[in-house]
Design a protein around this ligand. Structure first.
Ligand SMILES: [Zn+2]
Length: 242
């Protein structure tokens, strides 16, 4: 049941949440969940290469463009609650202060679900560092002995990892598939906001089709046309076998 769920998304760079989870985010919003997004960096140094081909380019201009694109894409997905933390990327790093900021965010939002990067992205160490930081922060947020100025510890939430770009090379194993047929068009439109990363649009369009095929095969539900997949940080637990 999606309605009423709270989802908190941590995206390393300004477009990651759209390529890898845009359909799922839009679906959760459409069906009545509360979704909040933290964009940790604009990806100025590592994921804006096309913009740096322009003469007289500056970090501030690139940031502004990346922020504009992310806001436009988020608005297409129906996502209104976004924070840009503006950390430098390539390399991104997490000291105690930054980890504490993530812990506090988790304790304030109290999410049922955290979406972030999976453990191993073979070509993107920033993604791996975000995975590690968010996971560490979630464990700390849940811990009663970790004291944060009146912010009560959270209960164990579910955590899921984005599918990395070079799937097999990153030893990625899908743990969950989400049918995004109802929000597929929104995802395509949102991806088109990132004009400087045009090459990724075709790739993630194909990926949604391929994961849709897997989703149909695994579930037997022929209505699933498009899907996104995620890694499960933990196994599924319930009253029966799912
Ligand atoms: Zn990224």
């Amino acid at each position: 049941m999606i309605k009423g769920k709270k989802m908190l998304v941590f995206s390393a760079h300004s477009a990651d949440f759209v390529w890898r989870a845009g359909g799922t985010i839009a679906k959760y919003i459409k069906e009545g969940a509360e979704v909040k997004l933290v964009v940790l960096s604009f990806g100025v140094r590592g994921e804006s290469n096309d913009l740096w081909k322009q003469e007289d380019q500056t970090t501030e201009k690139v940031k502004e463009i990346r922020k504009g694109e992310a806001l436009e894409a988020a608005s297409i997905l129906g996502l209104k609650d976004i924070e840009f933390w503006d950390f430098e990327d390539y390399p991104i790093y997490f000291d105690r202060e930054r980890l504490d900021r993530i812990v506090e965010k988790i304790r304030i939002v109290r999410p049922d679900i955290i979406l972030t990067h999976d453990a191993n992205d073979a070509f993107n160490p920033d993604h791996n560092k975000v995975h590690e930081a968010v996971f560490q922060a979630s464990v700390t947020a849940n811990s009663a002995g970790a004291l944060y100025d009146g912010l009560k510890n959270t209960k164990q939430m579910r955590l899921f990892g984005f599918e990395p770009h070079q799937t097999e090379i990153s030893n990625y194993v899908p743990g969950s598939f989400v049918d995004i047929t109802s929000t597929y068009e929104q995802k395509i439109s949102a991806m088109k906001c990132f004009k400087t990363q045009n090459h990724l649009i075709e790739y993630y369009t194909q990926r949604a089709f391929m994961r849709g095929n897997h989703a149909r095969r695994i579930s037997g539900i022929s209505d699933y046309k498009y899907a996104e997949s995620f890694a499960n940080f933990f196994p599924v637990v319930g009253e029966e076998l799912y």
